[in-house]
Design a protein around this ligand. Structure first.
Ligand SMILES: NC(=O)c1ccc[n+]([C@@H]2O[C@H](COP(=O)([O-])OP(=O)(O)OC[C@H]3O[C@@H](n4cnc5c(N)ncnc54)[C@H](OP(=O)(O)O)[C@@H]3O)[C@@H](O)[C@H]2O)c1
Length: 251
């Protein structure tokens, strides 16, 4: 019996939250994984999480997405460790909220460096490899904030809108070359990401009531959508935005 070739995946920002949920699910699907964390401390946390979930075949990589040289080094490491790259999940992201009149340059630069520039560079680096290998699939984690303007979150909404349109544009450019690119747009998902905005249990409960399905999402809700879009089941799907938001966009 011939051995089944296992797909490889690079997931950015896999140390916690949605990225960690995606890593667990793709591991269960049999993927070989390269997983990034921002610094040594979160990489240690990532290793512990992988141990707890008995994830054997993964390569943890420290990569601060604000640092372009680190991003290039990340892909060199992926080449060396995985040999080929079949799929990419661009997940690492930072949030920013507060009055638009008071936004400072430094957090603005950080937001756009991580959520937009790093996303674009990762897509570009991955797509080049996928095209050389004969194809691949990319999922970018966007947000319903890209389609749902929110006061006090103007820069975050703008950053996510930028990556949505980028992903859909390269989906057209790379489709004839064998690379599919899709967006998963979460609504409110219960991770540390929401902490700054919804600190108390009461505010989380109120948020849940605003969602038509009457709960906030779990990381695995997003992971299930990512799994589908990366898989061959979605081989006629590109340039799509799959919302995982319990109906929140329209409420
Ligand atoms: N949770 C939600 O309600 C929600 C809704 C819509 C969209 N999203 C999107 O989903 C994605 C994941 O969010 P989450 O909820 O899982 O957030 P989270 O719990 O705050 O996790 C964020 C992840 O991004 C990584 N990251 C942040 N800054 C980084 C940097 N400079 N370099 C490298 N990695 C960095 C973090 O790594 P470290 O742990 O190493 O710092 C962490 O793994 C983001 O793109 C976010 O915009 C989330």
């Amino acid at each position: 019996m011939g051995s089944v070739k296992r797909k490889t995946c690079l997931i950015t920002g896999a140390s916690r939250g949605i990225g960690l949920g995606i890593a667990r699910r793709l591991d269960a699907e049999g993927y070989r994984l390269a997983l990034t964390a921002k610094n040594e401390e979160s990489e240690r946390k990532l290793r512990r999480e992988m141990e707890d979930f008995n994830v054997q075949d993964h390569v943890p990589i420290v990569c601060d997405m604000c640092d372009v040289d680190r991003i290039y080094a990340l892909f060199a490491k992926v080449d060396a460790e995985l040999g080929r790259l079949d799929t990419l999940v661009v997940n690492a992201g930072v949030h920013q909220h507060g009055p638009a009149l008071e936004v400072d340059v430094s957090p603005l630069d950080q937001l756009f460096a991580v959520d937009v520039r790093a996303a674009i560079l990762c897509c570009q680096k991955a797509a080049k490899r996928m095209i050389d290998q004969g194809g691949g699939s990319i999922v970018v984690i966007g947000s319903i904030a890209a389609e749902r303007p929110v006061a006090q979150r103007a820069c975050y909404c703008a950053a996510k809108a930028a990556v949505h349109v980028y992903a859909q544009s390269v989906a057209l450019e790379w489709a004839p070359l064998g690379v599919r690119v899709n967006v998963v747009a979460p609504g409110p998902i219960d991770t540390e990401f929401l902490d700054g905005m919804y600190e108390s249990p009461t505010s989380r409960e109120l948020l849940a009531k605003l969602v038509p399905i009457r709960r906030t999402g779990e990381a695995d809700d997003v992971a299930a959508a990512v799994r589908y879009l990366l898989s061959d089941e979605a081989n006629f799907v590109t340039g799509a935005v799959l919302r995982v938001d319990g109906g929140r966009l329209w409420s």
